[in-house]
Every structure is written in C-alpha cells, then in structure tokens.
Design a protein around this ligand. Structure first.
Ligand code: FES
Length: 160
C-alpha cells in the first residue's frame, strides 16, 4: 500500500514542470511528505524515487544531507518550534527562552513533547534578528518572545 496519498502525489507532480529535471524536485517532495506525514518514512523514499526516476539511495542521500528531515523513528510533533540561539537572540535572552520551553515541555532540543504536539529545535539564526529573541513556529517567525511569554506560547500551540 502506498504511503503517499493521492494528494501528496498530486502536489509533488505539480512541481515537476517547474524544474529543469525531475531530480531537482527531490527537496520539494521531501518537504511535502514531511509536512504531511511529520516524517519521511522509508517507503516514502522509495515512492518519491519512483516518481522522480531516481534510485532510493539518491533520495535518501538528499534527505540525510540536510538534517532537517526526520525518519519514521523520530517523527515530528504537530508543530515544530524552533527557538533561535543566534547571536542577536542570545544577547536578548534566547537561551532562557529555549531553556524555559524545554522545561515546560520536559524535553531536550530535538525531542517532541509527550502529547505529540510540539517538537522543540534550536536554530542559529532564523532571519528575523530585528525581532530577537525570536522563534519559528513551523514556517512563521515570531518575536520578540520573552521567557515569561513561553507558557502562553506553549498553551497556544497546544490548542492548534
Ligand atoms: S539571531 Fe535570532 S533571528 Fe537572527
């Protein structure tokens, strides 16, 4: 049975005409699959490879090169929360924000809360230094997020 739903396949196929070759669609395909399945399981790698006329090893190499993608043994939670600890954020309390998030969720960076809602990550700069200390909620930057605002942020993310 296919792990890629018809909708996932349709979204990947829509990228193919936009790129010079099918191989170039590997990264968008990995993003689509991870967004939907919260990881890129091994069967999905085989299916992406088949769709893009690649070997599974080529897709796997791309997936593991970036460190952004998760396999089925390390699925993302519903929301991925990146806490920035780049210089601008660090100077304005980013480390305290990360510590508070981890304490509140009882996780270490890279782990997912027991309820499966939130995966915590740290980043070196998320590109919104003017809003330090900043976080990235999936794809959306937000800041400043002060350590004392962390509890409200976690509550908000759990309600999603
Ligand atoms: S250092 Fe945190 S957003 Fe740039």
């Amino acid at each position: 049975m296919s792990v890629l739903t018809p909708e996932i396949r349709r979204r990947i196929e829509a990228y193919i005409p936009r790129y010079p070759n099918k191989q170039a669609v590997t990264l968008p395909a990995l993003h689509i699959v991870q967004d939907e399945l919260r990881c890129v399981p091994m069967p999905a790698i085989r299916e992406i490879a088949e769709m893009l006329d690649l070997s599974p090893a080529e897709v796997y190499d791309t997936m593991t090169f970036y460190g952004f993608f998760r396999d089925e043994n390390n699925k993302l939670g519903k929301t991925r929360l990146w806490v920035c600890r780049g210089l601008a954020c660090q100077l304005r309390g980013g480390d305290d924000v990360l510590q508070r998030v981890c304490e509140r969720l009882n996780v270490r960076p890279g782990q997912t809360s027991a309820d499966g809602h939130i995966t915590v990550e740290f980043a070196e700069c998320i590109g919104v230094c003017e809003r330090a200390p900043a976080v990235l909620i999936d794809d959306a930057g937000r800041g400043p997020v002060e350590p004392e605002q962390v509890d409200d942020l976690i509550d908000e993310l759990r309600r999603r």
